[in-house]
Design a protein around this ligand. Structure first.
Ligand code: DON
Length: 322
């Protein structure tokens, strides 16, 4: 079916989704990272970026929160840019784990394979793949430059979050050394873990994440800056990874009820990608039991349902100005 949606409908759906989700209570800030436990639980923002560059924002969309696991997406893209999608498939994988993001068990079950760059194990492995090998600062600059190009503006390291995570990331140390044991770390172990921890500690806004989502939805062309950030062949690869594991053990439920591939982070951010149409992001700190923001999920689902959109609907959708 061909479906025509007016820009005003999209703006209204975003406003209504924001208003509805704002009243939702429930969930708790991440408490295993001390910095995140203390963030104001009432913060909430919803951002949508269309592929003509239109940006729609409601609420706290300029507040810089910890990007956390959403950072796994840009670094997976960077690894694909530098090593091709096939190289990432071979060195890390593209499979869903169906288990929590920090699962050591998943690594053992997959027979030494990190599964996907979108869980902690695969993300640490992806950081180890980033070129140039052996130089922490140059690798870091490549990671930040890539995020900056995807968002059209720079993220900012939250030093307190970085220190907080570095002091408490014992489980990730175990994962990193297990990866080393399985020859799935392609650079220095401590450096790779540090790069992963640092990228998780970058401050980002929901408006920046919506632009990143829109850049992926737009086959690598940032719709705001008009920069071609990555080759269009990478877009369906990263979107398939987001679709298959973006919500960890709740990914199936998420895709079934929302109809949009999305990636979450324990900082409270969720970034969605609707190929050929838009990027969407929401942020609110309280999380459910799998580490996914309660309000952000509700807002994105409400937006999708109001517009009757879904990646599996098979509709050809056109957005028109009115
Ligand atoms: O490594 C960690 O545990 C955190 N830096 C990131 C985890 C995360 O965001 C999981 N996502 N929902």
């Amino acid at each position: 079916m061909e479906k025509v949606i007016k820009l005003s409908q999209i703006k209204n759906a975003a406003q209504e989704a924001y208003n509805e989700a704002k009243g939702i209570t429930g969930g708790k800030n991440a408490n295993y990272i001390p910095y995140l436990a203390n963030i104001d639980s009432n913060l909430f923002g919803l951002s949508v970026t269309l592929l003509d560059g239109t940006c729609i924002n409601f609420g706290d969309t300029e507040y810089k929160f910890g990007i956390e696991s959403v950072s796994k997406v840009p670094t997976a893209i960077l690894a694909m840019i530098q090593h091709t999608p096939e190289g990432v498939l071979e060195k890390i994988g593209a499979d869903a784990t169906g288990l929590p993001f920090n699962s050591i068990f998943a690594l053992l079950l997959e027979n030494d394979h990190p599964s996907t760059p979108l869980v902690n194990a695969g993300a640490i492995s992806a950081c180890s793949m980033v070129a140039p090998q052996g130089d922490s600062e140059d690798k870091w600059n490549a990671i930040v430059k890539n995020i900056t190009e995807l968002c059209g503006s720079a993220p900012q390291l939250i030093d307190e979050l970085y220190m907080s995570e570095t002091a408490t990331n014992f489980n990730n140390h175990a994962i990193a050394w297990l990866l080393k044991n399985y020859n799935r770390i392609y650079d220095d172990v401590d450096m790779s873990l540090d790069l992963y921890t640092r990228q998780c500690s970058l401050g980002i806004t929901s408006s920046q994440l919506a632009i990143m989502g829109a850049t992926i939805a737009n086959k690598g062309l940032n719709p705001v800056t008009k920069l071609q950030v990555f080759d269009e062949a990478i877009a369906p690869k990263i979107t398939s990874m987001i679709a298959s594991v973006g919500f960890y053990q709740h990914t199936g439920d998420w895709l079934y009820t929302s109809g949009i591939p999305a990636k979450t982070g324990v900082g409270g951010g969720v970034m969605g990608v609707m190929p050929g149409l838009f990027g969407i992001a929401a942020f609110a700190p309280p999380l459910d039991d799998a580490g996914n923001s309660v309000k952000a999920q509700a807002a994105i689902k409400a937006f999708m349902n109001k517009l009757e959109l879904g990646i599996f609907k098979g509709d050809t959708v056109k957005i028109i100005n009115d």
